[in-house]
Design a protein around this ligand. Structure first.
Ligand SMILES: [Zn+2]
Ligand SMILES: [Zn+2]
Length: 391
């Protein structure tokens, strides 16, 4: 099987590189992935799959049914690009001013298309189904919720995904059991004070001074309320107030993000933050409005599925090329949402020497495409073959 598989991937590699370059040249922002989705739908249709389009926005889904019944594995790719002006001399540099595939979702989409093509040819030997999920709007954390609400995880037994990763060598992958990426949620605070002349502070309730105390007090949630072994990040990234140096303004607006690695801590954060914000404001005679916006949970990789990926990775790439990711990242990834519906795992696909993701010179490594396809295919075949592979 592996040799047949490799030959099949060899055969489609040039086409995949071409597809990836085309996507890289034509990036689309979150919720605007119209042309990308059309390309994906067309390619899946050519494989004889029944394709659903417009799922949760511009999402595309198709299920490959094997010759015999069995379990269903979902594989997810994301399709959106970022609002970054590309700074490269690549012949396939972005043609969209200010929009760029700086997170490698062009690579993810191409890999999943290559996987669909490769597995479709093996349909006759397959027991069970593989569902290909092409998701819009990962970067703004919204696509996954919509896809899942539209039912793409119905009947799915497990779900996998990958993310290209520059800090990992080409031909290597990074795996991790348990928490891998953090939850990400946002909050907004509007402090209502009392404006006054800057020279008469006693006539004011200064929302800048109150806001400064709020920012400081919020940090004690991290340093004094939550377990140091259970990481939390509270970042106030916006603080807007005032119009002139000699006027105490009436209001201040703050906004920030909260990251956690456990759902228990995640659920506790809105109340904790509200208590601190309201308490500090009350102590200073200010009033406040507080809003907390639910985002994405932490990515909690299922140990069984993670082991399956690691095992297949060691067989395919060699023992030394499957790295264990030492620490979870406090960055977020909305793949986490799928994990609320079925066990699964995400792994990092090594891209070798390339600029960091989300920077203007990043590029997905073409040579990593085939590695991603082979791993997806082999994990899928192993999962469908072996009902006990979830060990
Ligand atoms: Zn990204
Ligand atoms: Zn990404």
């Amino acid at each position: 099987m592996p040799d047949t598989l490799r030959r099949a991937i060899d055969a489609i590699e040039p086409e995949m590189i071409e597809t990836r370059h085309h996507l890289h040249q034509n990036p689309e922002l979150s919720f605007q992935e119209e042309k990308t989705a059309a390309l994906v739908a067309e390619r899946l249709g050519q494989l004889g799959l029944t394709v659903q389009t417009g799922v949760g926005g511009h999402g595309v889904v198709a299920t490959l049914q094997g010759a015999r019944p069995g379990r269903t594995l979902a594989i997810r790719a994301d399709m959106d690009a970022l609002p970054i002006q590309e700074q490269s001399r690549l012949p396939y540099c972005s043609r969209q001013p200010g929009v760029m595939h700086a997170c490698g979702h062009d690579g993810h989409t191409t890999i999943l298309l290559g996987t669909a093509k490769t597995l479709a040819a093996l349909r006759g030997e397959m027991a069970g189904n593989v569902r290909f999920i092409f998701q819009p709007a990962e970067e703004v954390v919204g696509g996954a919720h919509r896809m899942c609400e539209a039912g793409v995880m119905d009947g799915v037994d497990a779900v996998i995904a990958l993310h290209g990763w520059p800090q990992i060598g080409l031909g290597q992958i990074g795996v991790r059991s348990g928490a891998m990426m953090a939850s990400a949620e946002t909050f907004e605070i509007r402090i209502q004070g009392q404006g006054a002349h800057a020279a008469y502070p006693h006539l004011s309730v200064d929302p800048i001074v109150v806001g400064a105390q709020v920012v400081t007090a919020l940090q004690t949630l991290v340093s004094r309320e939550t377990d140091p072994n259970d990481p939390v990040v509270v970042t106030v990234g916006q603080f807007h107030a005032g119009t002139a140096y000699n006027i105490i303004p009436g209001t201040a607006h703050l906004a920030g993000t909260v990251r956690t690695l456990s759902n228990e801590t995640r659920r506790s954060m809105p109340d904790r933050i509200r208590r601190v914000v309201e308490g500090v404001c009350a102590a200073a005679r200010a009033s406040c409005e507080f809003a907390y916006h639910e985002g994405t949970p932490p990515v909690m990789n299922d140990p069984g599925i993670n082991n399956l990926i690691a095992e297949v990775g060691r067989e395919t790439l060699g023992e030394e090329n499957v790295l264990t990711i030492p620490h979870p990242s406090m960055g977020a990834e909305d793949f986490a949402v799928y994990l609320d519906y079925a066990p699964g795992a995400m792994f990092r696909l090594g891209l070798g020497e390339t600029a960091p993701i989300h920077t203007p010179t990043f590029d997905f490594e073409d040579r990593a495409l085939r590695v991603g396809v082979e791993l997806f295919c082999r994990v899928a075949l192993r999962f469908l073959d072996d009902p006990a592979s979830k060990r």
